[in-house]
Write a protein that binds this ligand. Structure first.
Ligand SMILES: Cc1cc2nc3c(=O)[nH]c(=O)nc-3n(C[C@H](O)[C@H](O)[C@H](O)COP(=O)(O)OP(=O)(O)OC[C@H]3O[C@@H](n4cnc5c(N)ncnc54)[C@H](O)[C@@H]3O)c2cc1C
Length: 491
């Protein structure tokens, strides 16, 4: 029996701005919780992008398959409806990909992740929500001298292998793309998009239903029984299934086998009030996604309605990889994030913050998601570890998972992506306390760098111990990352 960690559904009276906007025009409809006993071919647990893209792909590949999707809250209520809205590719993770899979697989997977971004755009177009997607590209920027060139290693490796997804920006282009003179250097990647993620998630839920998937929201899975048969156990009933997909993102970290490869940390986002004229005056163009090169990444963009949406990684750390509703709380680190926003856009000093939200990030110890069949329960497939960059890649994950569920094989994935990444981490409470010490050191180091000062040696040493910022060497020693390449570039 696999027990699932509780997924408390508490909204503190508010959801993310994205979700509030997306739900505003929606008929709340009847409650669709699971009641009683039923049977299905594939039961998908988790109504985020991963679960829903998989459901849709599975129905396209094998229309005769009976698919049921169960979600503890409403579809899109997890990270998918409350992220920063960056749909990025995997080129920034290219070093990880090569380390894990070798150059050939890395190139093919990164090209597929790029195609996944375009496919999201096609979906939005076909479903009449073209305004939820804009392919305006992504700037990988340096906002202090220490970050300049943090991408060099990745770019050199890409060049060596004949790939050139990025273009360096000169100063004028950088200012034009970002609307800020705070950016000292940067690369531009054209195939990246900003999305209204909750609008996408809610439309995806409709598409999944229309494809014939039985969708049950407000249905929290408590356990999965396995043995002669596999059954998904919920409060109101159970679903017997031939196969189960666990697509519960950071909530899967409470399952020891999966959690061994994950570190759960919150990411926090704020959104200003809309002020389109002010943004135009300041030379800020909507759409372009920007991330800086710090470990506690700042990620931001201007929306079409004239807001700045600004997020920051490296928030609250989960104790023992378990977390409650505190990760759903709005307003976390609002003052800190606003100070970063004003550092980037000082002329917006009087623009009020209208919304803030948070959510859990499933940092994988390899920096990339993994797709695993559970050791003692091969009928249960799990996917987690998007490491804060899941909006685009979950589209690709949906294809791969659907193939694995429909054909039973490994979808051509290299073994390293079908294994939970392992690295020794101390037991609790040392892990939690150590994590807090390391995170505080990273924050001090990055603050010194912002001030143009050399960080203290101790802070540099401690910052190098961040388990989510390591270069992954599957067959060797894991080393502190040389630059920003190991970090997530969004959430
Ligand atoms: C604040 C924040 C900012 C981010 N910014 C970005 C960004 O800009 N770009 C980017 O690429 N990525 C970003 N991410 C990450 C990205 O949102 C995720 O990687 C992506 O949405 C993954 O989707 P998912 O389906 O795997 O997870 P989720 O959307 O979290 O879906 C998992 C679902 O499982 C459900 N669930 C959990 N337990 C149970 C249970 N027991 N029973 C039933 N259901 C259950 C949850 O309610 C949830 O809806 C961000 C994440 C956060 C939190």
């Amino acid at each position: 029996m696999i027990s699932l960690p509780a997924r408390p559904v508490r909204t503190h009276g508010r959801r993310s701005l994205w979700l509030e906007q997306a739900l505003a025009g929606e008929d709340p409809g009847a409650q669709s919780a699971v009641l009683g006993e039923s049977h299905t071919d594939v039961c998908i647990v988790g109504g985020g992008f991963t679960g829903m893209w998989t459901a849709l792909e599975l129905k396209a590949r094998a229309p005769g398959t009976d698919v049921t999707l169960v979600e503890a809250d409403i579809c899109g209520a997890g990270a998918s409806g409350r992220n920063g809205g960056f749909a990025l590719t995997w080129w920034a993770h290219f070093e990880h990909l090569v380390a894990l899979c070798g150059p050939e697989h890395a190139l093919s997977l990164a090209a597929r992740a790029e195609q996944a971004v375009r496919s999201i755009g096609e979906f939005c177009e076909q479903r009449g929500i073209a305004d939820a997607f804009s392919l305006d590209g992504w700037v990988w920027a340096a906002t202090n001298p220490a970050q300049v060139g943090s991408w060099e290693q990745t770019v050199r490796l890409l060049e060596k292998l004949g790939a050139s997804p990025y273009r360096p920006l000169d100063h004028n282009e950088l200012v034009a793309k970002t609307g800020s003179t705070q950016h000292l250097a940067g690369l531009f990647e054209p195939v990246s998009a900003s999305v209204q993620p909750a609008k996408l998630a809610r439309e995806l839920a409709r598409a999944v239903r229309e494809a014939g998937v039985h969708v049950h929201e407000h249905s929290q899975v408590r356990a999965i029984e396995h043995g002669r048969r596999t059954a998904v156990v919920l409060d109101g009933g159970s679903i017997q299934a031939e196969q189960v997909l666990l697509a519960t993102n950071a909530w899967a970290a409470g399952i020891p086998e999966i959690g061994a490869g994950l570190v759960v940390v919150a990411s926090d986002v704020i959104a200003t009030a809309p002020a389109p004229e002010r943004l135009t005056q300041a030379g800020i163009t909507p759409g372009v996604c920007i991330s800086d090169g710090r470990r506690l990444v700042n990620y931001y963009h201007a929306t079409a309605e004239g807001r700045i949406v600004f997020g920051k990684g490296g928030g609250t750390l989960a104790y023992g990889n378990r977390f409650g509703a505190s990760f759903d709380h709005p307003g976390r680190r609002e003052a800190l994030i606003r100070s970063q926003l004003l550092r980037t856009y000082p002329t917006l000093w009087d623009l009020p913050v209208q919304a803030s939200w948070s959510g859990p990030i499933d940092y994988s110890l390899s920096g990339l998601p993994f797709f695993v069949r559970l050791r003692d329960a091969p009928s249960v497939l799990a996917c987690a570890g998007f490491s804060g960059d899941g909006v685009g890649p979950s589209r690709l994950a949906g294809e791969l998972l659907a193939q694995m569920l429909a054909e039973g094989g490994d979808a051509g994935l290299p073994a390293a992506l079908r294994t939970v990444p392992q690295r020794w981490l101390p037991p609790e409470p040392i892990r939690y306390l150590g994590g807090r010490i390391v995170r505080a050191a990273v924050a001090r180091k990055e603050h010194s760098e912002d001030l143009g000062q050399r960080p203290r040696v101790l802070d540099r040493v401690l910052a190098g111990m961040d388990p989510t910022g390591y270069e992954y060497k599957p067959h060797g020693r894991n080393l502190p990352a040389a630059g920003g390449a190991a970090a997530d570039r969004a959430g």
